[in-house]
Design a binder for this molecule. Structure first.
Ligand SMILES: Cc1cc2nc3c(=O)[nH]c(=O)nc-3n(C[C@H](O)[C@H](O)[C@H](O)COP(=O)(O)O)c2cc1C
Length: 255
């Protein structure tokens, strides 16, 4: 067969496609366990960040093992469940399964459904719990923001709020990642005097003289919709339908 014949060109192109697809599929399959491990490691890093236990060079696995206890909570009762493995629990996947999730009636966070169970993370110093980390998520302008809210053991004082996944615009809604803005959350109070979620991102700057200042965080300029999304997702996850029953139970029974 001549080198420049049409049939030889097709045969060579076909064989090349077969060889390339085998290489790509083999790489995808063999790298999947590494990707899963890295995903888990990244999640642990984000949890440690919310616990203020992460800085460049931290041995993530070691610090996580020593300081974090992951637990699963039934959101309808606020009690821990013991028959689900917290290490392999996938809240995102469960939220898509009608048998393992519920439709949200007052959908402040704009997420439609939520898993009946949720993970929570207890930050520990020895046997003493020093912080509680709650996973939260909700709609911004372009995307669903996923993050962690860290509460002090008084279950009211916010220690940190950080988002590890979103697609808001860099410089606008993406300023949720700005360390200066994130620092504004430390010390704010999540709940009002009647125990209702009250923390909110306002439009503009917080006036320290305002009687609600401890429940307010500066708005992101040019990003009112993302700011409102953050307020709304916190209002939902701190409500009775979110982690409210769990937090009430801890308040009653002790952390
Ligand atoms: C390209 C582009 C990207 C934008 N990205 C965001 C965003 O990530 N978050 C947001 O709230 N608003 C974003 N906005 C602005 C909104 O459309 C809207 O104008 C804004 O939320 C109003 O906020 P302000 O009242 O603080 O100006 C974007 C606008 C443009 C044109």
């Amino acid at each position: 067969m001549a080198n420049d014949s049409v049939s030889k060109t097709f045969i060579v192109a076909f064989l090349l496609c077969v060889v390339c697809s085998v290489i790509v599929s083999t790489a995808a399959v063999s790298l999947r366990p590494i990707q899963e491990t890295n995903k888990l490691l990244d999640m642990k890093k984000n949890i440690l960040s919310a616990a203020s236990l992460y800085e460049e060079g931290t041995d993530i696995e070691a610090v996580y093992r020593e300081s974090i206890e992951a637990k699963i909570v039934d959101l309808s009762t606020g009690s821990y469940v013991s028959d689900v493995d917290a290490e392999t629990f996938d809240q995102k996947k469960r939220a898509k399964d009608p048998a393992q999730s519920v439709e949200i009636e007052n959908d402040l966070a704009g997420i439609g459904r939520r898993s009946t169970l949720a993970s929570v993370y207890l930050v520990k110093e020895g046997s003493r719990v020093t912080r509680i980390i709650l996973p939260v998520h909700g709609k911004g302008l372009w995307s669903t923001l996923y993050g962690f809210l860290a509460l002090d053991v008084d279950l009211n004082t916010i220690k940190a709020l950080s988002f590890y996944s979103h697609a808001e615009t860099p410089g606008l809604g993406g300023e949720v990642d700005n360390p200066k803005w994130k620092a504004l959350w430390d010390g704010k109070k999540a709940f009002g005097s009647q125990g209702q979620p009250e923390i909110a991102v306002i439009k503009g700057k917080v006036d320290p003289a305002n009687s609600h200042a401890e429940h307010q965080v500066d708005g992101l300029s040019g990003a009112t919709i993302t700011s409102r999304g953050v307020s709304n997702l916190l209002a939902y996850w701190l409500s009775e339908d979110g982690f409210g029953k769990f937090l009430n139970r801890l308040q009653r029974d002790g952390v």
